[in-house]
Design a protein around this ligand. Structure first.
Ligand code: RUB
Length: 308
Protein backbone atom coordinates (compact mmCIF):
# COMPACT_ATOMS: atom_id res chain seq x y z
CA UNK A 1 0.00 0.00 0.00
CA UNK A 2 1.19 3.52 -0.85
CA UNK A 3 2.84 4.99 2.28
CA UNK A 4 1.41 8.48 1.64
CA UNK A 5 -2.09 7.00 1.58
CA UNK A 6 -1.46 5.09 4.82
CA UNK A 7 0.03 8.05 6.66
CA UNK A 8 -2.60 10.59 5.49
CA UNK A 9 -5.35 8.19 6.50
CA UNK A 10 -3.74 7.71 9.94
CA UNK A 11 -3.41 11.49 10.41
CA UNK A 12 -7.12 11.92 9.62
CA UNK A 13 -8.03 9.10 12.03
CA UNK A 14 -5.86 10.63 14.79
CA UNK A 15 -7.37 14.11 14.19
CA UNK A 16 -3.97 15.53 13.21
CA UNK A 17 -5.78 16.54 10.04
CA UNK A 18 -9.33 17.52 10.94
CA UNK A 19 -12.19 19.75 9.82
CA UNK A 20 -14.26 18.73 6.79
CA UNK A 21 -12.49 20.99 4.28
CA UNK A 22 -9.00 20.01 5.37
CA UNK A 23 -9.79 16.30 5.31
CA UNK A 24 -11.31 16.64 1.83
CA UNK A 25 -8.16 18.32 0.54
CA UNK A 26 -6.02 15.72 2.33
CA UNK A 27 -8.06 12.91 0.69
CA UNK A 28 -7.61 14.52 -2.73
CA UNK A 29 -3.90 14.99 -2.04
CA UNK A 30 -3.57 11.31 -1.02
CA UNK A 31 -5.09 10.26 -4.36
CA UNK A 32 -2.71 12.58 -6.23
CA UNK A 33 0.28 11.17 -4.35
CA UNK A 34 -0.94 7.60 -4.97
CA UNK A 35 -1.07 8.33 -8.72
CA UNK A 36 2.32 10.08 -8.80
CA UNK A 37 4.04 7.24 -6.98
CA UNK A 38 2.36 4.34 -8.83
CA UNK A 39 4.94 2.15 -10.59
CA UNK A 40 2.95 -0.58 -12.41
CA UNK A 41 1.69 -0.57 -16.00
CA UNK A 42 -1.19 -3.05 -15.84
CA UNK A 43 -4.59 -1.30 -15.86
CA UNK A 44 -6.47 -4.11 -14.08
CA UNK A 45 -3.93 -4.11 -11.23
CA UNK A 46 -4.05 -0.30 -11.13
CA UNK A 47 -7.85 -0.30 -10.74
CA UNK A 48 -7.61 -2.83 -7.90
CA UNK A 49 -4.85 -0.89 -6.11
CA UNK A 50 -6.76 2.36 -6.58
CA UNK A 51 -9.89 0.82 -5.02
CA UNK A 52 -7.82 -0.30 -2.05
CA UNK A 53 -6.27 3.14 -1.60
CA UNK A 54 -9.72 4.76 -1.81
CA UNK A 55 -11.02 2.30 0.80
CA UNK A 56 -8.18 3.13 3.20
CA UNK A 57 -8.74 6.89 2.93
CA UNK A 58 -12.54 6.72 3.13
CA UNK A 59 -12.31 4.40 6.14
CA UNK A 60 -10.45 7.03 8.15
CA UNK A 61 -13.50 9.14 9.11
CA UNK A 62 -17.06 8.26 8.22
CA UNK A 63 -19.22 11.39 8.64
CA UNK A 64 -17.90 14.20 6.43
CA UNK A 65 -19.05 13.66 2.84
CA UNK A 66 -16.38 16.18 1.86
CA UNK A 67 -13.78 13.43 2.17
CA UNK A 68 -15.80 11.19 -0.13
CA UNK A 69 -16.30 14.03 -2.64
CA UNK A 70 -12.62 15.00 -2.50
CA UNK A 71 -11.58 11.43 -3.23
CA UNK A 72 -14.27 10.73 -5.86
CA UNK A 73 -13.58 14.01 -7.69
CA UNK A 74 -9.88 13.12 -7.78
CA UNK A 75 -10.35 9.68 -9.29
CA UNK A 76 -13.22 10.61 -11.61
CA UNK A 77 -12.62 9.19 -15.09
CA UNK A 78 -9.39 7.40 -14.13
CA UNK A 79 -10.69 3.84 -14.18
CA UNK A 80 -11.82 4.11 -17.80
CA UNK A 81 -8.46 5.52 -18.97
CA UNK A 82 -6.68 3.69 -21.80
CA UNK A 83 -3.42 3.25 -19.88
CA UNK A 84 -1.99 3.57 -16.38
CA UNK A 85 -0.03 6.65 -17.41
CA UNK A 86 -3.20 8.29 -18.69
CA UNK A 87 -5.05 7.36 -15.47
CA UNK A 88 -2.22 8.80 -13.35
CA UNK A 89 -2.36 12.05 -15.32
CA UNK A 90 -6.13 12.28 -14.85
CA UNK A 91 -5.88 11.76 -11.08
CA UNK A 92 -3.04 14.22 -10.49
CA UNK A 93 -4.86 16.91 -12.52
CA UNK A 94 -8.22 16.21 -10.79
CA UNK A 95 -6.60 16.26 -7.36
CA UNK A 96 -4.82 19.58 -7.96
CA UNK A 97 -8.04 21.07 -9.36
CA UNK A 98 -10.11 19.92 -6.37
CA UNK A 99 -7.61 21.40 -3.90
CA UNK A 100 -7.42 24.73 -5.75
CA UNK A 101 -11.23 24.98 -6.10
CA UNK A 102 -11.70 24.05 -2.45
CA UNK A 103 -9.37 26.84 -1.29
CA UNK A 104 -11.06 29.27 -3.66
CA UNK A 105 -14.49 28.28 -2.26
CA UNK A 106 -13.35 29.09 1.30
CA UNK A 107 -12.29 32.53 0.08
CA UNK A 108 -15.59 33.15 -1.77
CA UNK A 109 -17.65 32.08 1.22
CA UNK A 110 -15.74 34.52 3.44
CA UNK A 111 -16.64 37.38 1.06
CA UNK A 112 -20.31 36.40 0.84
CA UNK A 113 -20.81 35.51 4.50
CA UNK A 114 -19.10 38.65 5.80
CA UNK A 115 -21.88 40.72 4.22
CA UNK A 116 -24.38 39.08 6.59
CA UNK A 117 -22.42 40.40 9.57
CA UNK A 118 -23.26 43.93 10.62
CA UNK A 119 -21.31 46.47 12.60
CA UNK A 120 -21.91 45.83 16.32
CA UNK A 121 -22.94 42.16 15.88
CA UNK A 122 -22.26 39.54 18.54
CA UNK A 123 -21.70 36.10 17.06
CA UNK A 124 -21.61 32.55 18.36
CA UNK A 125 -19.49 29.91 16.66
CA UNK A 126 -19.12 26.26 17.59
CA UNK A 127 -16.14 23.89 17.31
CA UNK A 128 -13.47 24.89 14.79
CA UNK A 129 -14.65 25.58 11.28
CA UNK A 130 -12.07 27.20 9.02
CA UNK A 131 -14.90 28.39 6.76
CA UNK A 132 -16.95 30.03 9.54
CA UNK A 133 -13.75 31.59 10.92
CA UNK A 134 -13.00 32.89 7.42
CA UNK A 135 -16.39 34.66 7.36
CA UNK A 136 -15.95 36.16 10.82
CA UNK A 137 -12.37 37.34 10.29
CA UNK A 138 -13.30 38.84 6.90
CA UNK A 139 -16.07 40.90 8.57
CA UNK A 140 -13.52 42.05 11.14
CA UNK A 141 -11.00 42.84 8.40
CA UNK A 142 -13.62 45.03 6.74
CA UNK A 143 -13.65 47.13 9.91
CA UNK A 144 -16.90 45.85 11.46
CA UNK A 145 -16.95 46.01 15.24
CA UNK A 146 -17.88 42.45 16.26
CA UNK A 147 -17.71 40.19 19.29
CA UNK A 148 -17.54 36.40 19.20
CA UNK A 149 -18.46 33.74 21.74
CA UNK A 150 -16.70 30.48 20.84
CA UNK A 151 -17.70 27.19 22.45
CA UNK A 152 -15.06 24.96 23.96
CA UNK A 153 -16.40 21.88 22.05
CA UNK A 154 -15.83 18.92 24.29
CA UNK A 155 -14.25 16.43 24.19
CA UNK A 156 -11.50 17.47 21.74
CA UNK A 157 -11.77 21.17 22.68
CA UNK A 158 -11.43 22.41 19.11
CA UNK A 159 -12.77 25.73 20.49
CA UNK A 160 -9.24 26.38 21.76
CA UNK A 161 -8.07 26.38 18.13
CA UNK A 162 -10.91 28.74 17.25
CA UNK A 163 -10.16 31.30 19.95
CA UNK A 164 -6.49 31.21 18.96
CA UNK A 165 -7.40 31.82 15.30
CA UNK A 166 -9.82 34.64 16.13
CA UNK A 167 -7.52 36.29 18.63
CA UNK A 168 -4.64 36.19 16.14
CA UNK A 169 -6.89 38.00 13.66
CA UNK A 170 -7.65 40.64 16.32
CA UNK A 171 -11.31 39.66 16.91
CA UNK A 172 -12.85 40.36 20.36
CA UNK A 173 -13.29 36.73 21.46
CA UNK A 174 -14.76 35.02 24.53
CA UNK A 175 -14.44 31.30 25.19
CA UNK A 176 -17.47 29.61 26.79
CA UNK A 177 -18.14 26.05 27.84
CA UNK A 178 -20.64 24.27 25.60
CA UNK A 179 -23.43 24.37 28.17
CA UNK A 180 -23.22 28.19 28.46
CA UNK A 181 -24.63 28.63 24.96
CA UNK A 182 -28.26 29.19 25.96
CA UNK A 183 -27.31 31.71 28.61
CA UNK A 184 -25.22 33.85 26.25
CA UNK A 185 -27.72 33.55 23.38
CA UNK A 186 -29.67 36.48 24.87
CA UNK A 187 -26.76 38.75 23.93
CA UNK A 188 -26.19 37.26 20.46
CA UNK A 189 -27.23 38.47 17.00
CA UNK A 190 -26.07 35.65 14.72
CA UNK A 191 -24.64 32.13 14.77
CA UNK A 192 -22.06 31.03 12.19
CA UNK A 193 -20.96 27.39 12.14
CA UNK A 194 -19.32 25.09 9.60
CA UNK A 195 -20.62 21.87 8.05
CA UNK A 196 -19.40 18.33 7.75
CA UNK A 197 -22.26 17.24 5.54
CA UNK A 198 -25.48 18.80 4.27
CA UNK A 199 -28.16 16.41 3.09
CA UNK A 200 -30.39 16.77 0.04
CA UNK A 201 -33.26 17.88 2.31
CA UNK A 202 -31.16 20.63 3.89
CA UNK A 203 -30.22 19.05 7.23
CA UNK A 204 -26.84 20.03 8.62
CA UNK A 205 -24.49 17.40 10.05
CA UNK A 206 -21.80 19.10 12.12
CA UNK A 207 -19.85 18.81 15.38
CA UNK A 208 -21.83 17.39 18.30
CA UNK A 209 -23.68 20.22 20.05
CA UNK A 210 -24.42 22.17 16.86
CA UNK A 211 -28.11 21.21 17.05
CA UNK A 212 -28.29 22.49 20.64
CA UNK A 213 -26.78 25.79 19.52
CA UNK A 214 -29.41 25.92 16.75
CA UNK A 215 -32.19 25.14 19.21
CA UNK A 216 -31.09 27.92 21.56
CA UNK A 217 -30.77 30.30 18.58
CA UNK A 218 -34.28 29.47 17.36
CA UNK A 219 -35.76 30.03 20.80
CA UNK A 220 -34.00 33.41 21.08
CA UNK A 221 -34.91 34.39 17.47
CA UNK A 222 -31.21 34.56 16.58
CA UNK A 223 -30.23 33.95 12.94
CA UNK A 224 -28.39 30.68 12.39
CA UNK A 225 -26.07 30.32 9.38
CA UNK A 226 -23.94 27.41 8.27
CA UNK A 227 -20.96 28.04 5.99
CA UNK A 228 -20.42 25.19 3.56
CA UNK A 229 -18.64 24.54 0.31
CA UNK A 230 -21.04 22.71 -2.02
CA UNK A 231 -18.82 19.60 -1.97
CA UNK A 232 -20.11 19.14 1.57
CA UNK A 233 -23.54 18.50 0.05
CA UNK A 234 -24.15 14.77 0.07
CA UNK A 235 -25.03 13.20 -3.30
CA UNK A 236 -25.76 9.86 -1.64
CA UNK A 237 -28.40 11.45 0.57
CA UNK A 238 -30.43 11.93 -2.64
CA UNK A 239 -30.88 8.18 -2.66
CA UNK A 240 -32.04 8.24 0.95
CA UNK A 241 -28.77 7.03 2.47
CA UNK A 242 -28.32 8.07 6.10
CA UNK A 243 -25.19 9.97 7.14
CA UNK A 244 -23.12 7.75 9.41
CA UNK A 245 -22.52 9.52 12.73
CA UNK A 246 -18.99 8.78 13.92
CA UNK A 247 -18.58 7.48 17.46
CA UNK A 248 -15.14 7.80 19.01
CA UNK A 249 -13.21 6.27 21.88
CA UNK A 250 -14.41 6.32 25.49
CA UNK A 251 -10.91 7.52 26.43
CA UNK A 252 -11.70 10.89 24.82
CA UNK A 253 -14.38 11.46 27.46
CA UNK A 254 -13.13 9.87 30.72
CA UNK A 255 -9.78 8.87 32.16
CA UNK A 256 -9.16 5.18 33.03
CA UNK A 257 -10.69 4.31 36.42
CA UNK A 258 -12.57 7.61 36.72
CA UNK A 259 -16.02 6.03 36.52
CA UNK A 260 -17.33 2.58 37.58
CA UNK A 261 -16.65 -0.14 35.03
CA UNK A 262 -20.38 -0.83 34.59
CA UNK A 263 -21.09 2.72 33.39
CA UNK A 264 -21.30 2.97 29.64
CA UNK A 265 -19.96 5.97 27.73
CA UNK A 266 -21.54 7.14 24.49
CA UNK A 267 -19.34 9.50 22.47
CA UNK A 268 -21.02 10.54 19.19
CA UNK A 269 -19.03 13.35 17.60
CA UNK A 270 -21.54 14.84 15.16
CA UNK A 271 -25.24 15.64 15.29
CA UNK A 272 -28.00 16.66 12.90
CA UNK A 273 -29.65 20.07 12.76
CA UNK A 274 -32.91 19.95 10.79
CA UNK A 275 -33.43 22.44 7.93
CA UNK A 276 -36.07 24.44 9.82
CA UNK A 277 -33.42 25.68 12.27
CA UNK A 278 -31.19 27.06 9.51
CA UNK A 279 -31.72 30.60 8.19
CA UNK A 280 -29.15 30.31 5.43
CA UNK A 281 -26.31 28.27 3.97
CA UNK A 282 -23.38 30.36 2.81
CA UNK A 283 -21.82 28.57 -0.16
CA UNK A 284 -19.29 29.57 -2.82
CA UNK A 285 -22.25 29.75 -5.21
CA UNK A 286 -24.06 32.23 -2.99
CA UNK A 287 -26.30 32.43 0.07
CA UNK A 288 -28.97 29.76 -0.30
CA UNK A 289 -31.83 28.31 1.73
CA UNK A 290 -31.72 24.70 2.96
CA UNK A 291 -34.54 24.05 0.47
CA UNK A 292 -32.16 24.74 -2.44
CA UNK A 293 -29.66 21.99 -1.62
CA UNK A 294 -31.46 19.46 -3.82
CA UNK A 295 -31.25 21.74 -6.88
CA UNK A 296 -27.53 22.42 -6.35
CA UNK A 297 -26.81 18.71 -5.92
CA UNK A 298 -28.58 18.02 -9.23
CA UNK A 299 -26.86 20.92 -10.99
CA UNK A 300 -23.37 20.32 -9.60
CA UNK A 301 -23.10 16.57 -9.46
CA UNK A 302 -25.98 15.28 -11.58
CA UNK A 303 -26.00 11.54 -11.23
CA UNK A 304 -22.48 11.13 -12.62
CA UNK A 305 -20.55 11.03 -9.38
CA UNK A 306 -22.86 8.37 -7.98
CA UNK A 307 -21.95 5.98 -10.80
CA UNK A 308 -18.20 5.97 -10.06
C1 RUB B 1 -15.02 19.77 12.86
C2 RUB B 1 -16.36 20.37 12.54
C3 RUB B 1 -16.36 21.57 11.62
C4 RUB B 1 -16.57 21.09 10.19
C5 RUB B 1 -16.27 22.19 9.17
O1 RUB B 1 -15.12 18.50 13.45
O2 RUB B 1 -17.41 19.88 12.90
O3 RUB B 1 -17.40 22.44 11.94
O4 RUB B 1 -15.74 19.99 9.91
O5 RUB B 1 -14.90 22.51 9.19
P1 RUB B 1 -13.77 17.66 13.73
P2 RUB B 1 -14.24 23.39 8.03
O6 RUB B 1 -12.89 18.51 14.59
O7 RUB B 1 -14.25 16.43 14.43
O8 RUB B 1 -13.15 17.34 12.39
O9 RUB B 1 -15.11 24.63 7.92
O10 RUB B 1 -12.85 23.70 8.52
O11 RUB B 1 -14.25 22.60 6.78
Amino acid sequence: MDQNVVSISQDIRDMKIRGAGRIARAGADAMGKFAEGYQGKDMAAFRKDLDEAVGVILGSRPTAVSLWNGVQSSISGAKSAGSVDEAKGIITANSARFIAESNEAVHRIAQIGAKRIEDGDTIVTHCNSSVAIGVITEAHRQGKDIKVYATESRPWRQGILTVNDLSKAGVDTTLIIDSAVRLVMKKVDKVFVGADTITSHGALVNKIGTSQVALAAKEARVQFYTCSETYKFSPISLEGDLVKIEEREVSEVVRPGEIPADVKVYNPVFDVTPAQYIDGIVTELGLISPGSVYDILQRKFGTEIMKE
